[in-house]
Design a protein around this ligand. Structure first.
Ligand code: ATP
Ligand code: F1X
Length: 304
């Protein structure tokens, strides 16, 4: 079974206002209210791919109830630890330029964290764990590293989509795949990149430092896959971007779900690119049909 971990889930409140004048009142043209947080997005895309998963993490308050109800309606098994404080709401304002306002999220008590940790007693080497997104602000700095180290020691395979020091510290435990975007690779290595080609030496370092595979997503410039042997580029597919929220998570779902089935990193990357693109072009997370359409269009180019 694939377990997705979303320590800090969200309700994503995505509002479209065609032209925003700061300081004025507006009527929204469209709104979308969905459960989010990166691990939950991974579970939702795995579901579209017909792959079951169990979503774990923390949820609380009426917003946490919404997350549970929505996942149940989608028939995604969820076993979130219930906490006293309220799950956060993240605002995405779609206008001439998209703007995101993210909440830090609630605190969890030591007792609540202890209940969550019990979920891991059921996870074995036959399972797979995906750890994605920010942790709760109440958690110690090394929360992810301790979790990842114990998965590694137990021999449980895992992938992670985390950033900065948490990403760096995860690499020594050999995640199946990490998936920073171009900006996150820059943050990790203290660089800014003028072109996507400049990212290549740093993507290679992710593998040299221990990741089995690294995908660097490049938004509208496509994506790169790094393996110990090869560097592969997937140019962007043409189409109209409707809502890119969750496109990176969709790549993680596509790669992990396919690699577990096939053991083939190139096929897994092809599906990852199709999933990421389909979500970027869809108003919500991509459907199975939308992924299928993009899958037929993906082109992979060997760079090294
Ligand atoms: N404008 C676009 N045109 C074509 N493909 C896109 C576009 N935006 C995203 N994609 C596809 O989706 C993938 C993931 O996008 P991106 O790099 O923005 O992920 P991300 O920053 O992790 O996003 P998020 O955090 O919202 O999940 C890209 O590698 C690309 O394949
Ligand atoms: O604050 P985090 O945990 O890093 O990211 C949270 C988030 O931006 O990630 C998802 C898109 O990837 C959204 O559903 C959600 O709002």
């Amino acid at each position: 079974m694939i377990y997705t971990i979303t320590l800090n889930p969200t309700i994503d409140y995505i509002v479209t206002v065609p032209h925003l004048n700061l300081g004025h009142s507006h009527h929204m043209e469209e709104e979308l209210i969905t459960p989010g947080g990166k691990g939950i997005m991974v579970s939702r895309v795995l579901k579209a791919l017909g792959i079951p998963s169990i979503a774990l993490g923390f949820r609380g308050g009426f917003t946490g109830d919404f997350v549970r109800d929505y996942l149940e309606e989608m028939q995604i098994i969820n076993q979130f630890t219930v906490i006293k404080e309220r799950t956060r709401i993240n605002l995405v304002l779609k206008s001439d330029q998209d703007t995101e306002i993210s909440d830090y999220g609630p605190a969890a008590t030591d007792e609540e964290v202890a209940v969550f940790m019990k979920c891991f007693e059921d996870i074995s080497t036959q399972d797979f764990v995906v750890l994605s997104g920010s942790k709760l602000p109440s958690m110690p700095k090394d929360f992810y590293e301790r979790l990842i180290r114990s998965l590694h020691e137990e021999g449980v395979p895992f992938a992670c989509d985390i950033t900065k020091d948490e990403l760096r510290n995860s690499l020594q435990y050999h995640p199946l795949v990490v998936k920073p975007n171009q900006k996150e690779v820059g943050e990790l290595f203290g660089r800014t990149f003028a072109t996507w080609q400049e990212v290549i030496p740093y993507g290679k370092q992710l593998v040299e430092l221990g990741a089995q595979h690294a995908i660097v997503s490049l938004g509208g410039d496509g994506a790169l896959l790094f393996t110990p042997q090869e560097v592969i580029y997937a140019p962007p597919l043409s189409g109209e971007v409707a809502n890119p929220v969750g496109s990176g998570d969709s790549m993680v779902a596509g790669f992990v779900g396919t690699f577990i089935r096939t053991g083939d990193p190139l096929e897994a990357f092809r599906v990852a690119v199709a999933c990421g693109t389909a979500t970027a072009f869809s108003p919500d997370i991509a459907t199975a049909d939308e992924i299928e359409v993009q899958l037929a269009r993906v082109v992979l180019e060997k760079i090294e």
